[in-house]
Write a protein that binds this ligand. Structure first.
Ligand SMILES: NC(=O)c1ccc[n+]([C@@H]2O[C@H](COP(=O)([O-])OP(=O)(O)OC[C@H]3O[C@@H](n4cnc5c(N)ncnc54)[C@H](O)[C@@H]3O)[C@@H](O)[C@H]2O)c1
Length: 449
């Protein structure tokens, strides 16, 4: 099938590459000429495991094209995926300007039937707005062309996006059109061979399903973070509690890791946007608001622990920081907990020596001018001359470091671990003082006290 994807970010590029890989003819369109230029030259603008080879393979096979030309993009596919960003607006609601701009473009240039697929995460009611924007352009042209707008939210995880897309848990499609349903079945047929993963529903339910999924996952994290703060005050170990509750199949082990807060391009903005949607229909989403508030406070916990340890005086201190990306296996820094920590440390007069396996370029782009930041080529270099070590992202290479090297390099042998990577006894054996999240009374920090 001929398919067009608008937006070549984490979702658009993965979607385009994976659809091409199963045999579709895909054109990926982006308004960013630099991105398209890179992609045409075999350079992948983001880090996502497995993506480079799949893109280059399908470009060579002639099934994956890149363009900045809107008219060409609209002409290419009967199926038009919208996978552009939906960042938070000033009031926290999802900013639909990019989605609606694509809808208008499709209306301006289409010459026959199209299925327009909302893959971006968009609030309930957006499909109607997309249809309205598109129809307004057709009206201007005096055309009466047929089209359907379908909701097909994406559930891939950054860091495992290709694998998730290739083997999805479910493919949600919201539509009331039999014709569009048939076309979407054909688009996803190759991903459905083992068993039918497609769940069809009405458009509004599909739109809400995406927000509900992210809000549920964010709730699990904030719940565990709240209990971890309690554990610190009660002298309990959250890691024992985690194992204790995870063994209940009704709870399960997934997504109950305590830490220094969730970040990324989805959970924070989606929880806020859903809460905003609730307010718009005169409903106060108290649980969602609490999930967000707990998370915002949790992002300050590491700073509070560091500050508490140094008696509230961080002026002139140098903090080694391992992990900048909001989670492992990505270079994405959007809403990363490391950013809250670094900004607080700089404000308090401390310097940061940071290392991340993939997010250094992105950090340089965001904080390149910051005098208090030194980006280091290895995790060991980040330790040199530092007073303490803080870990913000659970990259594999941080899981079993040489503790002797850490304790020799730091002027204060202290590790603040925002992801509970280590057993406290292990670090104690190496003469390190260890502060993690929710692991007993000595872990107490000022936040929320
Ligand atoms: N990143 C994730 O893990 C993830 C997972 C599921 C859903 N989503 C949702 O998918 C959507 C896209 O997210 P992302 O992370 O891929 O965003 P992104 O910011 O990485 O990419 C968006 C791309 O769209 C392009 N764009 C903007 N306007 C355009 C236009 N008019 N025509 C063509 N391209 C245009 C931008 O230049 C950019 O390259 C969002 O709604 C997000 O919430 C993201």
């Amino acid at each position: 099938m001929k398919i067009t994807i608008f937006g070549t970010g984490y979702v658009g590029l993965v979607t385009g590459a994976c659809l091409a890989d199963v045999g579709h003819e895909v054109l990926c369109m982006d308004v960013d000429p630099e991105k398209i230029d890179k992609l045409r030259n075999g350079i992948i603008p983001i880090y996502e495991p497995g993506l480079e080879s799949i893109v280059n393979h399908n470009v060579s096979a002639g099934r994956l094209l890149f363009s900045t030309d809107t008219q060409e993009a609209v002409a290419h596919g009967e199926v038009q995926f919208i996978a552009v960003g939906t960042p938070p607006d000033e009031d926290g609601s999802a900013d639909l300007q990019y989605v609606l701009a694509v809808a208008r473009s499709i209306g301006q240039y289409m010459t026959g039937y199209k299925v327009v697929v909302d893959k971006s995460t968009v609030p309930v009611g957006t499909a109607d707005k997309v249809a309205g924007a598109l129809r307004a352009e057709l009206d201007k042209r005096g055309e009466e062309l047929d089209f359907d707008v379908v909701s097909n939210p994406e559930f891939l995880k950054e860091g495992a996006a290709v694998a998730d897309f290739m083997k999805p848990d479910r493919i949600i499609v919201g539509t009331d059109s039999d014709k569009a349903e048939g076309i979407l079945r054909e688009v996803y047929y190759p991903f459905n061979r083992n068993h039918d993963r497609m769940i069809f529903m009405d458009v509004r339910s599909a739109e809400l399903t995406k927000y509900a999924a992210n809000a549920m996952l964010a709730t699990k994290i904030s719940f565990m973070n709240e209990v971890s703060n309690l554990a610190e005050r009660l002298g309990a170990d959250i890691e024992s509690v985690r194992r204790g509750i995870g063994s209940d199949p009704r709870i399960g082990y997934h997504f109950i890791y305590p830490g220094c807060g969730y970040g990324g391009s989805c959970f924070p903005k989606d929880v806020t946007a859903l809460s905003r949607t609730a307010r718009d229909c005169d409903y106060e989403a108290r649980l969602l608001n609490a999930v967000e508030a707990v998370n915002m406070a949790q992002k300050h916990v590491l700073f509070d622990k560091v500050s508490h340890y140094f008696g509230g005086d961080l002026e002139g201190k140098t903090i080694a920081l391992w992990g900048l990306a909001f989670k492992p296996n990505t270079d994405d820094m959007r809403e990363a907990s490391s950013r809250v920590l670094m900004e607080s440390l700089w404000k308090a007069g401390a310097k940061v020596q940071a290392y991340d396996p993939e997010a250094m370029k992105e950090t340089q782009r965001i904080y390149g001018e910051e005098p208090g930041l030194q980006l280091c080529g290895t995790k060991e270099q980040a330790l040199k001359g530092a007073d303490a070590l803080v870990i913000c992202t659970e990259w594999k290479e941080f899981r079993l470091p040489d503790f002797e090297v850490i304790s020799e390099a730091l002027s204060h042998p202290v590790v603040f671990d925002g992801r509970n990577l280590y057993e406290p006894e292990m670090l104690e054996r190496h003469g390190l003082i260890y502060y993690a999240i929710g692991r007993g009374r000595n872990q107490f920090s000022a936040t929320g006290s």
